[in-house]
Write a protein that binds this ligand. Sequence first.
Ligand SMILES: Nc1nc2c(ncn2[C@@H]2O[C@H](COP(=O)(O)OP(=O)(O)OP(=O)(O)O)[C@@H](O)[C@H]2O)c(=O)[nH]1
Ligand SMILES: [Mg+2]
Ligand SMILES: [Zn+2]
Length: 310
Amino acid sequence: MKGIVIRSTGSWYTVAFEDGRRAECRLKGNFRIKGVNTRNTNPLAVGDHVEVETEQNGDAVIAELHDRRNYIIRRSTKLSKQTHILAANVDRAWVVATLKQPRTSTGFVDRFLITAEAYNIPATVIFNKSDLLDEEETEYVEVLADLYRNLGYGAHLISCNNSDDVELIRELMQSKVNLIAGHSGVGKSTLINLLEPELALRTGEISKAHSKGMHTTTFAEMFEMNGGGWIIDTPGIKEFGIVNVERNELSHFFPEMRNLFGECKYHGCLHDQEPGCAVRKAVDEGKIAVTRYECYLQILNGEELEKEYD
Ligand SMILES: Nc1nc2c(ncn2[C@@H]2O[C@H](COP(=O)(O)OP(=O)(O)OP(=O)(O)O)[C@@H](O)[C@H]2O)c(=O)[nH]1
Ligand SMILES: [Mg+2]
Ligand SMILES: [Zn+2]
């Protein structure tokens, strides 16, 4: 019978079936994934569509993984060889970011968006905890949100203390499969609790000493929304390392650079030091944000892109 993995804790998986039933499953003894990547730490992820069989002793086992429509994958650190699939078959990927308590860098948000681009998943940035910001900080985040909106992403500055904000997010999530990711402590579980109060998910304080979250959510889990749709809560992540992207294709995942494709003097321009580069020109003219370009160069010249590992 076909079902969806809604929770995975090590070797056990909770599978939800269309009729509402649930089963705790292990992988069938001979379970193999085609083209399995040995560097992947999780063979199955939340959101995977699977085939469940009942063994002679009555145990439910996952016998087969159906093709993934898409997935969101990352390296646990930028230099790690190990990759981890956050979730599969998602309609929209949401990254929750905060300017304070904790601080999320634009590089973290950009890496998440690059991965969403690479796997063709519509993405939205939620800047949470607007209640903690003074006027100047609010303005800064609004400029950032505008930047992302102009690139074609969703972007919202919200507070979990504001019920109108929460209602807006609910409308945008309804009837879709939504993945929610971000650093520990940004308010992912708090937001989900406000959307679906009966879930009563655990949330955690922010450490006073470091203004960081306490890693309260410890495994990814998918929840059905009242009125249709799903929300996937995920554990806080420190870094979002990029997977399966090569140097010469990196700029394709920056919409503002993709638009200039073919306009550089040199074919195969990496938009770094090459003369006659249309991307550099756009940066100089203020048409491409400096933070985005700097993030691009950091990834381009760093060590997280493919080939270093092959
Ligand atoms: N001031 C303020 N605090 C918030 C807001 N949203 C969440 N918080 C607080 O931030 C802290 C962390 O929230 P969580 O929901 O546990 O964060 P999380 O992203 O799920 O964290 P992990 O599960 O560790 O990844 C809690 O004390 C929340 O009450 C907000 O909009 N404003
Ligand atoms: Mg949480
Ligand atoms: Zn160029």
